[in-house]
Design a binder for this molecule. Structure first.
Ligand code: PMP
Length: 367
C-alpha cells in the first residue's frame, strides 16, 4: 500500500452493535453512541424509498438532478453549486483527494471530526493540528477560530472545521467564522462541515451558506444522516462555487448516491413539518439531559447538536462499561484524545430516562 495508507487504521464504530442488539433485543438496546436520530425519518421519505425500489434494476440519476433542484430551491443556490455524496463522509474524503497531497497540508482542530485526519493521511498530506483547550472546562470564546488560523501556513491548502463540532458539540459564533474566513488566504479551501446545522438554534450561530457569495474557497457540507434521520441510506451534499464543484465532479463515482437514497432524501426535504418536530424534540430534551448529567457531577460541554460531550473524570471507562452491561451504548472518547469524556446522543425522553437510570446504577459518582 501507499505510505499514507500503511499508517491508517480502519474506521472503528466502537461497538459490535449487531451482537449487542442480539443480546439485549433490538428495541431494548438504548443506542446513544452514533449521534443518530431516534425519531426516525419522515413517513413520506419511507414511502418514497419503497417506491424507488420498483426501479432498482435501473442505475440512479448520475447527476442527482431532482434532489439537486430541490436543495438549490431550498438553499437559494444554483444546482451547479451542489455535489451529492454517498454520505458526507465520502465528500470529506474526496476534498482531500482533490486538494491535498504531500506538498499541500491539511489544517484541522485537534478535537475535530476524525474523518478529516483520515482523509489527509490517505492523500499523503501533512496534518496541521490546531491545539485543543482543556477538556474539563468550557471552550474559551474564540478559541477554535484563533487556534485554526494560527496553524495555517504557506503550505496549507485545505482546512476542515465542523460547525457545530463533533465530538465537542460546541460551535463557532457567526462573527468569528466570518472573521476567520476573511483572514485566510484564498488558496486555502475551507470546508465547513455542517452535519448538525439543523439542530443549532443559538442566537450567535449562523450557517456558513450566507458567506458563500463572498468566498470562492468556501465549501459547506451537509448530510441527511442526522436531522433527516436517513443515516442508513447515505446521502450528503456539498455547496460551493460552481467552478470548485465542477472540479470535484471529475472525481465523483458515477452513481455514488443510490436511487432509494435520492428519492428518500428529496421527500424528506419536502417534509418540513417532520424536520421541525425532530428539531424541537431535540431542543427540548438536550437541556434536560445536560442538566440531569450536571446534577450527577459531570462537566457537560455546551452543545448545539443532538449529542452531549460529558466529562466523567477518571471514571469514564468504568461508566461506559457499566452502561454497556445495562444495555446502554454511548461513545468512549479515548480515540479523540478525550479519555475522561463520553459522547452521549440526546435520545427520546424514554431513552434518556433509561440512560440516567443505568448511570445511577453504574458506579459510585466520584466524577
Ligand atoms: N461530519 C460530522 C461532523 C459527523 O459527525 C458525521 C457523522 N458522524 C459526518 C460528517 C458524516 O456523516 P455522513 O457520512 O453520515 O453524512
Amino acid at each position: 500500500a501507499q505510505p499514507g495508507i500503511r499508517a491508517l487504521k480502519a474506521y472503528d464504530p466502537g461497538h459490535d452493535l449487531v451482537a449487542l442488539r442480539r443480546r439485549f433485543g433490538a428495541g431494548r438496546l438504548v443506542e446513544l453512541g452514533a449521534n443518530e436520530n431516534p425519531y426516525g425519518p419522515s413517513p413520506a421519505a419511507r414511502q418514497a424509498a419503497l417506491e424507488a425500489l420498483d426501479t432498482a434494476h435501473r442505475y440512479p440519476d448520475p447527476l442527482g438532478g431532482g434532489l439537486k433542484r430541490a436543495l438549490a430551491d431550498r438553499l437559494g443556490v444554483a444546482p451547479a453549486q451542489l455535489l451529492l455524496g454517498n454520505g458526507s463522509h465520502e465528500l470529506l474524503m474526496q476534498f482531500a483527494q482533490v486538494f491535498a497531497g504531500p506538498d499541500a497540508a491539511v489544517a484541522m482542530s485537534q478535537h475535530g471530526f476524525a474523518v478529516y485526519a483520515l482523509a489527509a493521511q490517505a492523500a499523503g498530506a501533512p496534518l496541521q493540528f490546531a491545539p485543543a483547550w482543556a477538556p474539563d472546562a468550557a471552550m474559551p470564546r474564540g478559541h477554535a477560530p484563533n487556534a485554526l488560523a494560527s496553524v495555517v501556513s504557506a503550505r496549507t491548502r485545505l482546512l476542515y472545521l465542523a460547525n457545530p463540532n463533533n465530538p465537542t458539540g460546541t460551535w463557532i459564533a457567526a462573527d468569528a467564522l466570518a472573521a476567520l474566513l476573511a483572514r485566510l488566504p484564498d488558496e486555502v479551501i475551507v470546508v465547513v462541515d455542517e452535519a448538525y446545522a439543523e439542530f443549532a438554534d443559538a442566537p450567535d450561530y449562523r450557517s456558513a451558506l450566507s458567506l458563500l457569495p463572498r468566498h470562492r474557497n468556501l465549501v459547506v457540507t451537509r448530510t441527511f444522516s442526522k436531522a433527516y434521520a436517513l443515516a442508513g441510506l447515505r446521502v450528503g451534499y456539498a455547496v460551493a462555487d460552481a467552478g470548485l464543484i465542477a472540479v470535484m465532479e471529475r472525481l465523483r463515482e458515477s452513481f455514488n448516491a443510490n436511487s432509494v437514497a435520492l428519492a428518500a432524501a428529496t421527500a424528506a426535504l419536502e417534509d418540513e413539518a417532520h424536520l421541525q418536530r425532530v428539531v424541537s424534540a431535540n431542543a427540548q430534551q438536550r437541556p434536560l439531559l445536560a442538566e440531569a448529567l450536571r446534577a450527577r457531577g459531570c462537566f457537560v460541554h455546551p452543545s448545539q447538536t443532538n449529542f452531549l460531550l460529558a466529562g466523567f473524570g477518571d471514571d469514564a471507562a468504568a461508566v461506559e462499561a457499566g452502561l454497556l452491561q445495562r444495555g446502554v451504548v454511548v461513545r468512549p472518547m479515548a480515540g479523540y484524545g478525550l479519555p475522561q469524556c463520553l459522547r452521549i446522543t440526546v435520545g427520546t425522553a424514554d431513552e434518556n430516562t433509561r440512560l440516567l437510570r443505568a448511570l445511577d446504577e453504574t458506579t459510585k459518582p466520584t466524577y
